[in-house]
Structures are given as C-alpha cells and as structure tokens.
Design a protein around this ligand. Structure first.
Ligand SMILES: Cc1cc2nc3c(=O)[nH]c(=O)nc-3n(C[C@H](O)[C@H](O)[C@H](O)COP(=O)(O)OP(=O)(O)OC[C@H]3O[C@@H](n4cnc5c(N)ncnc54)[C@H](O)[C@@H]3O)c2cc1C
Length: 403
C-alpha cells in the first residue's frame, strides 16, 4: 500500500486543486493535514478568523468524502516530516509557494524528507497561467502591465480548472484528528471587535461567486467588483474557476478576467524580483525621500486625518479588514504623496489589517504607487477629493463609515 501526505497550505479547497488530484491518483492512502503556524503580529483578527473558518469548512467537506483533515500547530517542516514518518508516506504533496518564509519552510521540509528517502511533490494553482505556458521566462516578464497584457491576454489559453473529487481514499493509519483551534489561542491581546463581513471556506466562496450580484454593495463598497478577494487569497476559490465562471456573468465578466490577469502580473513581478518587493528601495537604487512623523502615521491608521474620504476608508478597513481597490490606492497615495511617509509603513499596516492579504498583490501595488516598482504608470498623484466626489457624490459612504 502506498501512503502520502496531502499538505494543504493556501489552497483550502477541493475544486481545481492539483496537489489533491495528484495525491488521490497516485496513492492508496492520502493523509490530508493543515498546520497552523500563526505569526500573531502580522495577521489581522479578520484574516485569522477567516482562515480558521476555511480550515473547518475543508475538514467538513473532506469528512463528507470519507476522509478527514488532521489539524496540527507548529512548524510545518517539523510537523509534516514527523507525520510522513509515522504514516510511512513516501510522498508529501503540496502547492508550491513563492514568498520567502513559505519557500524556507518547503525547502527545509524537502531537505528533511530527503534524509529518509522521502520526497516533496509540488503542484501549482495560485495563478491563472502556468509560467511554462507564458511566451517568456519569469526573469523576462515585462515590467509594464500593458506590455504583459499584450503578450498574454487572448493569446495564451487559461487551462480549465480541475474538478473536485467525488470520493477520497480513507485514512488507514490510526491518527489523532485534533480540534480546530480557537482564535484566542493565537490572538489573546488583539481587539476582536469588528464587522466580520466575509465567512471563510470554499463553500461560502462558491456561494459568493454565484451570488455576487445579490450582495449588498452599499455595505462593502461603492464600486464594481465581485468582492471575492478574501476567498481567492486564501485559496478557497481558484482563479481559473473564477475566470471560467466569469463568461456566464451578465456583463460578460471581462473586467473580472482583466483583474485576474493583473493579479497574475503582480505575482510574476514578485517571482521576478523576489525579496526586493519588500525593500524600501524596491527595484530601484534610490530610496524615495520620506519624512519621519509618527503622529501623522497614527492619524492615518486611525482615520483621523480630517479628510472625510480618507478617514471613511480607513475606518472601513479597520472595522472590516476590506476596502475596494480605488480606496486602497487613494489612502496609499495619500500616505505617500501628501503625508510623505515611508511607503513600507503603509504596506506593513495593510499586511496586518487586510482580510485578503496577499504578499505580491499588496507589496507590489505599494511599490508601484511609491514609484519604486516595475510599473511607473502608478507613480502619480491621486486627487482624493476627486475620488470622493466621483464615487460618493451624495456623501453616503463617508457618513456611513465616519459616524
Ligand atoms: C495598495 C494595494 C494593496 C492591495 N493589497 C491586496 C492584497 O493584499 N490582497 C488582494 O487580494 N488584493 C490586494 N489589492 C488588490 C485589490 O484591491 C483587491 O484584490 C480588490 O479590491 C478585490 O476586490 P474584488 O474581489 O471585488 O475584485 P474584482 O474586481 O472582482 O476582481 C476579481 C479578483 O481579481 C483579483 N484582483 C482584482 N483587482 C486586483 C488588483 N488590483 N491587484 C491584484 N489582484 C486583483 C482579486 O483576487 C479579486 O478578487 C491591493 C490593491 C492595492 C492598490
């Protein structure tokens, strides 16, 4: 009998999950596991709660298919290695990650597995495109999104998403499933108040995708958009699934496909430039001038700048963990161009607050807005008063979030 571990990471779903499909195809026994390795100072209560709900939903779905989801807490490289030994698994299947800490985790696990003749088997699934399908190597990916789009959009086909399995092999080795931890285990001192507008998990994500036009836009934003980024970011929804579903949308779904393409572009910039996306200088050599003004930063964070649209957006962000793209750009631009603060402070604050936090989407967007990123189009002044008048001519949004 061949056994393998299926290590869920940021792919908390059954549909279009390559690691899951491959493990089921190749092994008689598949042991699914999720390891909580929470960095409490860098995750918002919104995101952590969303994560816990997503893991619970995944376990529920796996149990319905005759399997289970083992829950562990600790360093994945140690926990997964131990589990591979206990279950006599030859292979560990997982989705390959590309950001520093996750890469260190997977490299370290791989080295440990090698010492006992075991192997890590990587799959993909975070992007719309496979890098091998692109007409250029990652290192030559165009820096300009417009050029990138010209070379890819409507030229490179998006592969069809994989189906969810109809059944899973059972777990034969005796095991301890363990309970899903409570949020307080990780965030004792955190302020847990807020409006939790997004419920985590694939089931909720698929529902939100299907009913995107029935959700009340007034609650969440004034703009277009499916409001599904938390599920995409956590891997509860596959971008390929959203891409293919978009063709059935009433308006044809072109804007969604363009946004998913832009997401891929930011991810490719993350792969191309590696850790530089987190550096103050970005991909340039000069440090952009900035002022040190902790009071101004605190006021920006708390929504106390005195500018109604900026304050409303920061209140929405603080109370829900989510704001629309235009507002993300507007408050970021205000921090960079008006307050002239260090852009990395703003990016780190978004990281610690957003429910849909994604390293590449967040840091490369900030990099571009600060003028030290690959796409210089974004390095311009955004007139917050114009944005406010255009999006909120009657002041409904500002009143809702500033009250
Ligand atoms: C400074 C800044 C920081 C950001 N940080 C994040 C982040 O940490 N995580 C995150 O998911 N998005 C981030 N974004 C992108 C964007 O704001 C959100 O993805 C978007 O608001 C989600 O709304 P939606 O689901 O209605 O998107 P839709 O318009 O319905 O688009 C569908 C999906 O495409 C993706 N997408 C859409 N716009 C963008 C974009 N500009 N960049 C990358 N992906 C996009 C999202 O996954 C989204 O759910 C950031 C943007 C800025 C300007």
């Amino acid at each position: 009998m061949s056994s393998s571990i299926l290590w869920f990471r940021q792919d908390l779903r059954l549909h279009d999950n390559e690691a899951l499909t491959e493990s089921v195809r190749n092994a008689d026994e598949v042991v699914p596991v999720y390891v909580f390795n929470v960095k409490a100072d860098r995750i918002s209560a919104f995101r952590l709660r969303f994560l816990i709900e997503s893991v619970a939903d995944l376990r529920h779905q796996l149990r319905a298919l005759g399997s289970d989801l083992l829950i562990r807490i600790g360093k994945p490289e140690e926990v997964i290695y131990q589990l591979a030994v206990e279950t006599k698994s030859q292979w560990v299947y997982c989705n390959r990650e590309r950001t520093r800490e996750e890469v260190e985790e997977q490299d370290s696990l791989e080295r440990k597995l090698w010492t006992t003749g075991r192997e890590l088997r990587y799959s993909r699934g975070k992007m719309l495109y496979y890098t091998s399908d692109l007409p250029f190597p990652v290192t030559h990916c165009p820096d300009s999104f417009i050029t990138f789009r010209k070379e890819v959009d409507a030229i490179v086909p998006v592969r069809a998403p994989l189906d969810s399995p109809l059944a899973m092999p059972g777990i034969k080795t005796p095991y301890e499933p363990s309970d899903i931890p409570d949020i307080k285990l990780f965030l004792q001192d955190h302020d847990m108040t807020g409006d939790y507008l997004f419920a985590g998990g694939e089931t909720e994500g698929l529902r939100a995708l299907l009913n995107h036009d029935q959700r009340d836009p007034a609650i969440i934003s004034m703009e277009e958009g499916l409001k599904i980024s938390p599920w995409i970011s956590m891997g509860c929804l596959s971008p390929k699934k959203v891409y293919y579903d978009s063709f059935t949308m009433e308006d044809g779904g072109e804007f969604v496909r363009q946004h998913l393409l832009y997401r891929d572009y930011l991810r490719l910039m993350g792969k191309k430039y590696g850790d530089l996306i987190f550096a103050r200088t970005g991909i340039k050599t000069r440090i952009p001038a900035y002022e040190i003004n902790p009071e101004a930063f605190d006021n920006w964070k708390a929504g106390n700048t005195g500018i109604p649209i900026i304050d409303a957006a920061m209140h929405q962000l603080n109370r829900t963990g989510w704001i629309s793209e235009v507002l993300r750009k507007t408050v970021a631009n205000y921090l960079i161009k008006v307050l002239k603060l260090d852009w990395t402070l703003g990016a780190a604050y978004f990281e610690a607050t957003l429910i849909d936090y994604d390293p590449c989407s967040n840091w490369v967007s900030w990099l571009n807005l600060a003028g030290v990123g690959p796409d210089s189009r974004e390095d311009r002044i955004i007139h917050y008063d114009v944005v406010g008048k255009k999006l909120d001519p009657d002041g409904v949004y500002v009143r809702m979030w500033n009250s």
